[in-house]
Design a protein around this ligand. Structure first.
Ligand code: NOJ
Length: 772
């Protein structure tokens, strides 16, 4: 992975030469041969130094920076995470390459998920774009900003398939579909690494959480995962594999169990599947404290056994626990863990450092002190333009009755709601180094758009929630500066002000949803509706809307699908904006006022209620399926609610209309190794230019095992001018028909296949052909 010009770079870079000279053990002469270089280093290391390389430490109260520096100088640390600027990193790197005996550079990791200093839309938002250039662009900018802060590795992308919106980390992933999530996973890795993690402005990806974290039982974080191998292989594993095939240098191991064995001690997962079957050659990281947690899972009786299980399973670096440090030397000395097992882990850590170019130049991302930014937090370091561009692409128009949107810029607009002006929320969770103060809220974005023309009136209208226990929970990590700040007025006082404000306007825009912390790690919910305080507000605004005819537009900010039954029935328009990032406000305003025609599509189904979960569109077929229009007593359904998702996977409207013709197939049969072309003509029959996403679904009509009702296999994003039409052709080959059968062999079985093409997963045109 090292560019061939590396030795020349080394010869030219004064800084690198200075470091190399001060640095005895790694042999510059071997630098061009990774295997020999790493083997030579390994051969010189003591047992304690090897164990030190497996330690990933977070600077914090337990390990203040001066103590950490001493540990590094003693050769007892391989890397840190959560130190996020060059000034913090430099002394640690100096301690490593100038003071430690082996002079092995440190690696610096961080959770860079949807941006670093500039926040881009959260995972669900990125996936809603169905635009892989936009996804790559996000990861590329995140990598440029993070590497400029001395970061080498990101714990991203999060590619856990999630079909249960109660799970708070649904926000972080890319939705429910194996194909779409795999595409996004690949694009993220490409963006972070940009061809090689050795490039100074690249960071190494570590796909997470391996594996199946999104399937925690009941959507409750850290709960168990129990799943059939076929479901694993067909639905949940493909995104991790896609990231690895795209070159992800690292893998983070999940906190959950996988069929009775914690991922952290799961030899099948980490050896047989990851290394042997998939050929992964990079480094594995435990998740935070996961090795210690083996005791609590009840598979290890003490720390020594936890360390033994983890290292034998294949956990290379241990994150934020002392178990490896304390136990591995003794385990190796007593023979319970073979030196070769320890060496395997150390080899991967050294190999990753080599791949990131750290042996060529340990300061390649930290740079020279004289080049440090005067103010790392300076607004000039942000990338606002791409953030706004990607944010616009991530917005999903759920509803637009009577063409309520776009709004006129000469209107008097009442902007109301607890999320209209909270910069902390719009940057989303996992916002890395993004500063709320640098984010542009919806209120500011809309005010700017209306400047000199219309008028913006504002009222907060409600707190996100009045539930004190929830507020306390959301603020529990931030006692000094609580994230959720309650307005001290009574709910009625706030509603009265909102109603009075709404009455003065031509149109009411309500920004409602979740505080960002409601969709986070450890933030599972039992409910999927808007908190009562916001429901009350919306009802009051609806009364104004009905009495006066002023349209009611909802701008939703949330990190998971919500059950929006009342909202769907009562809003004139609804725009799902997720948490859209630093430039979220202007991006949403661009869509509300028609400067940008929305084209986002849902990457996950929206249920009607919690009781209906899961509502994923690609569920396996049933012997007694519910048939719309023919309700029977003995079909699979909930009798007390309409069937099917409230908004299906792939749904998203535009300000123009698109018509999709019938499906044309190039043949009625496909020979083995052959292809069938499926084409449709898409026409923009409206009066505005616009983009849409054409989606290809396939159903295996009769297979050796039960297969899904349909599965997304391809998609195409296209832009059409008014009146323009385009023929879109999808190539269907055996790969698109194949699946893992009961023997976990990937096969395409002969027989009939249905081909469905449409603008969402439900409204589709259908054809069929046969694989011979
Ligand atoms: C725990 C989270 O599960 C993981 O995603 C994250 O990378 C680590 N903490 C480090 O912050």
């Amino acid at each position: 992975m090292i560019p061939t010009s590396a030795p020349k770079t080394l010869a030219l870079a004064g800084l690198a030469l200075a470091c190399a000279a001060a640095w005895a053990q790694p042999k510059p002469a071997l630098l061009n041969d990774k295997k020999a270089f790493v083997a030579d280093l390994l051969g010189q290391m003591t047992l304690e130094e090897k164990v030190g390389q497996l330690r990933l430490i977070s600077i914090g109260p337990e390990m203040p920076a001066p103590q950490l520096e001493k540990e590094v100088a003693a050769g007892r640390v391989g890397g840190t995470f959560n130190s996020v600027n060059r000034k913090e990193q430099r002394p640690l790197q100096q301690a490593a390459v100038q003071q430690s005996r082996m002079k092995i550079p440190m690696l610096f990791a961080y959770d860079v998920l949807h941006g670093h200093r500039t926040s881009f839309p959260i995972g669900l938002g990125l996936a809603s774009s169905w635009d892989m250039d936009a996804v790559r662009k996000t990861a590329r900018h995140a990598a440029m900003e993070a590497s400029a802060d001395g970061i080498d590795v990101t714990f991203a992308p999060t590619v856990d398939i999630s079909r249960d919106p109660r799970w708070g980390r649904t926000s972080e992933g890319f939705g429910e579909d194996p194909h779409l999530v795999s595409q996004v996973a690949r694009a993220m890795v490409q963006g972070f690494q940009n061809g090689s993690p050795a490039k100074p402005d690249s960071i190494m990806a570590s796909v997470k959480h391996f594996a199946l974290y999104g399937a925690v039982e009941g959507g409750r974080d850290y709960n168990i995962v129990d799943m059939s191998p076929m479901r694993m292989y067909n639905d949940y594993l493909p995104p991790y594999k896609a990231a690895i095939d795209a070159g992800s240098g690292g893998v983070m191991i999940a906190l959950n169990t996988v069929n009775g064995q914690p991922a952290t001690s799961n030899t099948w997962l980490l050896q047989d599947l990851l290394r042997k079957e998939w050929g992964f050659k990079g480094v594995t990281f435990s998740d935070h404290g996961a090795i210690t947690e083996l005791l609590r899972h009840g598979v290890a009786k003490d720390d020594a056994q936890a360390a033994e299980l983890a290292i034998k399973a294949g956990v290379d670096m241990s994150m934020a626990d002392q178990v490896y440090l304390k136990e591995l030397p003794g385990l190796v000395k007593s023979g319970r863990v073979k030196m070769a097992v320890l060496d395997n882990a150390v080899r991967e850590v050294l190999g990753a450092k080599y791949d990131m170019g750290l042996f060529h130049d340990p300061f390649r991302r930290i740079g020279k002190a004289e080049d440090d930014p005067a103010d790392p937090k300076a607004a000039s370091r942000l990338h606002r333009e791409p953030a706004r561009d990607v944010a616009r692409r991530s917005l999903v128009l759920l509803e637009n009755r009577n063409r309520t949107l776009p709004l006129s810029k000469s209107a008097r607009v009442a902007l109301i709601g607890p999320l209209a002006d909270t910069p902390i929320d719009i940057i989303g969770v996992w916002s890395a180094q993004a500063l709320p103060a640098q984010a542009v809220t919806l209120r500011t974005g809309m005010a700017k758009a209306l400047e000199g023309k219309g008028q913006l009136l504002y009222a907060r209208g409600a707190n996100v929630t009045e539930d004190k226990a929830v507020v306390e929970y959301l603020n529990f990590l931030n006692w000094d500066a609580p994230e959720v700040v309650q307005d001290k007025r009574t709910p009625q006082q706030m509603i009265d002000e909102a109603v009075a404000t709404a009455k003065q306007a031509d149109v009411i825009v309500a920004a409602v949803g979740e505080a960002r912390g409601m969709s986070h790690e450890s933030s599972s919910r039992t409910r999927l509706d808007l908190p009562e305080s916001q429901q009350e507000l919306l009802k009051a605004l609806k009364t104004v809307s009905v009495a006066t005819g002023k349209p009611l537009v909802l701008v939703l900010m949330n990190g998971r699908p919500l059950a929006l039954n009342w909202e769907k029935a009562n809003a004139d328009a609804m725009l799902e904006t997720w948490f859209a990032g630093t430039e979220g406000g202007p991006a949403i305003a661009d869509v509300l006022f028609g400067d940008y025609n929305p084209s986002g599509k849902l990457p996950i189904s929206f249920p009607r209620s919690v009781g209906q979960v899961p509502t994923y569109y690609n569920h396996p077929r049933l012997g007694r399926p519910f048939t719309p229009g023919k309700p029977g007593n003995y079909t699979s359904q909930y009798f007390d609610e309409p069937q099917g998702a409230l908004y299906p996977f792939g749904h998203g409207l535009s300000y123009t209309q698109f018509e999709v013709s019938d499906v044309q197939l190039s043949g009625a049969t496909m020979a083995r190794g052959g292809q069938v072309q499926a084409s449709v003509t898409v026409r923009n029959s409206g009066d505005r230019a616009g983009e849409t996403v054409l989606q290809l679904y396939i159903q295996d009509v009769a297979a050796s095992v039960v297969r899904p009702v349909k599965e997304l296999k391809d998609f195409r994003k296209l832009m059409l001018q008014p009146g323009e039409q385009q023929v879109v052709r999808f190539t269907i080959d055996e790969a698109k028909l194949s699946f893992y059968n009961a023997q976990l062999k990937r096969v395409a079985e002969p027989g009939a296949f249905k081909v469905q093409i449409g603008l969402d997963s439900q409204a589709v045109k259908e054809g069929s052909f046969e694989l011979r």
